[in-house]
Write a protein that binds this ligand. Structure first.
Ligand code: PLP
Length: 359
């Protein structure tokens, strides 16, 4: 199934499938905050015009210092990126030719960057009945690889793995000189998130990657950061193009790091939506993942592959994320972002219509 490999930009999906794109589509395939960007960005929009006319600080000192202060670490342990995507690409370059373990199903970029850098790729595939990490099995594989990628909460399932489990894997990584790349692109949506950054001191092989584009709805601006051992950060910084972050992204980041109330409001909003959606899906007979994030996997258990269901939704103007390019899912689930009440209501209407045609 040769469908686009990412969510967002739904016209590509309609084009590939050969369907006319309805006028009023709702894109549930991009996992972006349903509240949109915080108001502070609009308030400062005009000042960005000034920023545009100067070269950005290639070190992004102010933002870096802010992150370091927030996390009680040194600036030497922080690297800013043109989105988490750039930081992951740098990790890929650092791991060129090495053996890597991907815990699947997960974000498809890990595999892409590892392949681009000639890595030898190993998989641990989670069972899609419970999505458990079999710590014993993974620890065994860690003995034979140079790096392991884990996404927490995991994209596409939304499942959050507790710190206790991650520490078991980290211990194995330290013992076997294996990097642990922890992608926390969606960490700030998790209601009871346990911060892993303090563990960096105890586990020098830990590399944490965070995105600011999801929580703050700025995928078009591109901003993320990485926390790792100072020597790893130095190595990555040497691989990064000069002025990789533009001055608007830097200024935006400085403003957004202060938006703690907005993050709390978002968590509350998403939780409230889940309280509506979870019982609705249960009542209708759909199966969904126990997500701790702002997206979830869903399937109609009557079918193995969700191909016809995806088509039906697209015709109705509902864009879901297909899962054909996720090893371990292979099209058996669809991923949906949690959007605002009005949009979720329309989704519920279309879901009801589907069930009526099927049962
Ligand atoms: C798990 C995960 N990590 C990283 C990224 C990249 O984020 P950014 O927009 O900051 O580049 C994404 C984007 O979809 C993602 O889903």
């Amino acid at each position: 199934m040769n469908l686009p490999s990412h969510g967002a930009n739904p016209h590509y999906l309609y084009e590939k499938i050969g369907l006319a794109m309805p006028k009023n589509i709702i894109d549930f395939s991009a996992n972006i905050n349903p509240l949109g960007p915080p108001g502070i960005l609009k308030e400062h929009w005009n000042s960005f015009y000034e920023q545009m006319q100067v070269y950005p600080d290639p070190e992004g000192r102010i933002l870096k210092r802010q992150i370091a202060e927030n996390e009680k670490i040194s600036e030497q342990e922080v690297l800013l990126g043109n989105g988490a995507a750039e930081l992951l690409a740098l990790v890929g370059r650092m791991l060129a030719g090495k053996k890597v373990l991907l815990i699947q199903p997960t974000f498809s970029e890990y595999e892409k960057i590892c392949r681009a850098n000639g890595c030898e790729i190993h998989y641990y595939i989670m069972n899609d009945l419970n999505w458990q990490l079999d710590l014993e099995k993974i620890t065994e594989i860690i003995k034979h690889v140079d790096a392991v990628f884990l996404c927490n909460p995991n994209n596409p399932t939304g499942i959050y793995y507790k710190k206790e489990a991650l520490l078991v894997l980290l211990k194995a990584c330290v013992k076997h000189n294996c990097y642990f790349i922890l992608d926390e692109a969606f960490y700030d949506f998790v209601p009871f998130y346990e911060n892993m950054i303090p563990e960096q001191k105890n586990y020098p092989f830990l590399i944490i990657v965070r995105s600011m584009t999801k929580m703050f709805s700025i995928p078009g601006i591109r901003l993320g950061y990485m926390v790792a051992n100072a020597s790893v950060i130095k190595k990555m910084a040497e691989l990064q193009p000069h002025w990789s972050l533009n001055s608007i992204a830097l200024k935006t980041g400085e403003l957004l790091l202060e938006e703690k109330a907005f993050v709390a409001e978002t968590i509350q909003y998403v939780e409230k939506e889940k309280q509506v959606l979870v019982p609705f899906y249960a009542k209708m007979g759909f199966t969904i993942t126990n997500s701790q994030s702002n997206f979830y996997l869903l399937k109609d258990p009557l079918y193995d592959k969700q191909h016809d269901f995806l088509h039906f939704l697209l015709k109705e103007g509902i864009v879901a994320r297909h899962t054909y390019n996720y090893p371990g899912l292979d099209g058996r689930w669809l991923r949906f972002a949690i959007k605002n009440r009005q949009e979720n209501e329309r989704l519920q209407g279309v879901m009801t219509k589907w069930m009526k045609t099927q049962r």
